[in-house]
Write a new protein. Structure first.
Length: 271
């Protein structure tokens, strides 16, 4: 597939071998603030196929997080609807912008927190929690408190917490945005490896063009307010991807195209 064809690729219908995991249909969200109405999202329609990695790319304040929170049922839409397949909301894991770990609990107890919320037995999941911590390089830190860990280690623990109940769907809201560039690169590679091994469906919010191209099967570009999907671009790179791929001309072409789309839709303010 050529870059031009990939960049103009529209949301394809589900196929028998890749049914939809998420169907977002004509979604809208309006807030009331200081007596006036603010339209955060307008007529957002998107299908995410099972086992697919889709990034939501757009400027700060465009509604990316709002859209993700509606998918997770943390907010209600004003119009439209979201349908989840499989286990639905029970099969969903959410990674927030900040790790929101509880400082009075050690790391393994933080990872097990969703199990407690669901009324399940912690003992049955303790081995899985340890396995996840090993996978994300946190072996030996099970009994540490969050404040004893670096920012990257805390975010790894937050990802372990989201995965503890083996969700089918993983929603991530700029999970690496507060990290330094080297740690962010490292976690991008770790996340890709985990996603490939587990075959989970992933929706990933970011305002980093490079991150979106590196991680995604498709990138949904969201315009400045009111947020709407203005382009859905397929990223045609084989997996697994190494960080060296960012030096390829095709990667640069994808990045330039996404920047052009964002500029045309108000992402970058003229000074």
């Amino acid at each position: 597939m050529t870059l031009a064809a990939a960049a103009k690729n529209e949301d394809r219908p589900s196929t028998p071998d890749r049914p939809s995991a998420i169907e977002i249909d004509a979604l809208g969200k309006v807030y009331q603030s200081s007596g006036s109405l603010i339209t955060a999202l307008r007529s957002v329609t998107l299908g995410v196929r099972r086992g697919e990695f889709v990034s939501l790319l757009g400027p700060s304040g465009c509604g990316k997080t709002t859209l993700l929170r509606i998918v997770a049922n943390l907010e209600a839409p004003t119009s439209g609807r979201v349908r989840l397949s499989g286990r639905g909301l029970d099969g969903l894991g959410f990674v927030f912008q900040r790790d929101v770990l509880l400082n009075w609990r050690n790391i393994i107890d933080n990872v097990l927190l969703p199990i407690e919320f669901k009324g399940k037995k912690r003992k049955a999941y303790r081995d899985r929690a340890r396995e996840l911590l090993v996978t994300f390089g946190l072996e030996g830190f099970e009994d540490k408190r969050p404040w004893e860990l670096s920012g990257g280690m805390r975010q790894r623990a937050a990802i372990c917490r989201a995965l503890i109940d083996d969700p089918e769907l993983l929603l991530m809201d700029e999970p690496f945005g507060a990290l330094d560039a080297l740690t962010r690169d490292e976690l991008n590679v770790e996340l890709q490896d985990l996603w490939q091994r587990s075959n989970k469906t992933a929706m990933f919010v970011t305002h980093s063009i490079t991150e979106a191209v590196f991680l995604s099967d498709r990138v949904a570009v969201i315009s400045d307010k009111p947020g709407r999907i203005v382009e859905l671009m397929e990223v045609d790179f084989p997996r697994p991807r190494s960080l060296d791929i960012r030096e390829e001309a095709k990667f640069a072409a994808y990045s330039r195209h996404l920047r052009d789309v964002l500029e045309r839709h108000g992402a970058f303010r003229k000074r």
